[in-house]
Design a protein around this ligand. Sequence first.
Ligand SMILES: Nc1ncnc2c1ncn2[C@@H]1O[C@H](COP(=O)(O)OP(=O)(O)O)[C@@H](O)[C@H]1O
Ligand SMILES: [Mg+2]
Length: 284
Amino acid sequence: MTHTMTQLSTAGDQREWRRMDEHLVSLVDATSYEADQYRTLRHALERTHATKKVIAVTSALPGDGKTTTAINLAGVLAQAPDARILIVDLDLRTPAVGDRVGLIAPSPGLVDLVFDPALTLDGVVRRHPQFRLAVLPAGRALTVPYEVLKSPRLGELLQLATRQYDYVILDTPPLAAVQDARLIADWVDGFVMVVAAHRTPRGLLEDALNVMDPAKLIGLVFNGAERRRSDYYHGYYYYGSSQGGRRATGWWRTGNGRGNGNDHAPQPSVLNKAVHAVLGSRWR
Ligand SMILES: Nc1ncnc2c1ncn2[C@@H]1O[C@H](COP(=O)(O)OP(=O)(O)O)[C@@H](O)[C@H]1O
Ligand SMILES: [Mg+2]
């Protein structure tokens, strides 16, 4: 196989890694049904949102499935021939990416990179020995990540990363609990909102969507949505958003098409349509 990218042409040091978490289906079970759902998301990114390279995976609350989704998304993107995919842990209070992808050795990460100008992106990023995936772990947890998240150096590093990688996938803090994710919004081209099916309260999801720029919404991922009919999905369900981009904040809330002031006929909001498609009417 030819490798066009020098960074990934040499696999990472095998001794730094252990087996991957089994929930990371796009990597450990690439032919599975669940992995197929992530491929739908990948295709949406590649076709509908081709200019978006820095993608944040976010959600309202801890435990919704952001880290799982972020790594799986990076994993399906990494299946493309000669893919250059970087996953970055920006959930600096509760970092998890390094551990979840199987990185054993405590290594320097994003926090070190931001604080120490002598470190370079290339020097700190770890390459997975088996997948075409590069990982920038958090490095260490911070109780107050504000300085790192608002630092211009973070913006520069992400810009540099977009020149070296096809996609930069960001695992991020929950939107409802803390301000952290709002600090990241400017660095991001697009975001994927993870919804823990039957768990994320609908009001909190709406609040979380209102934090982000609607033009940047790539879609919703319903994590843990159960199989209801043969054409619905167990595990993960992706609902793409190709509309709504220019609508006013809160367009998902309206449910009557008044969000952009132009529609005459009542239209269900994107959120209502997505929820109905995946969960029926049983969601709070
Ligand atoms: N679809 C799923 N099926 C089974 N377990 C899951 C699924 N999604 C997430 N989990 C598990 O739930 C926990 C929380 O998920 P995680 O991705 O860490 O959430 P977050 O990053 O939003 O806090 C983890 O232990 C993860 O392995
Ligand atoms: Mg997480």
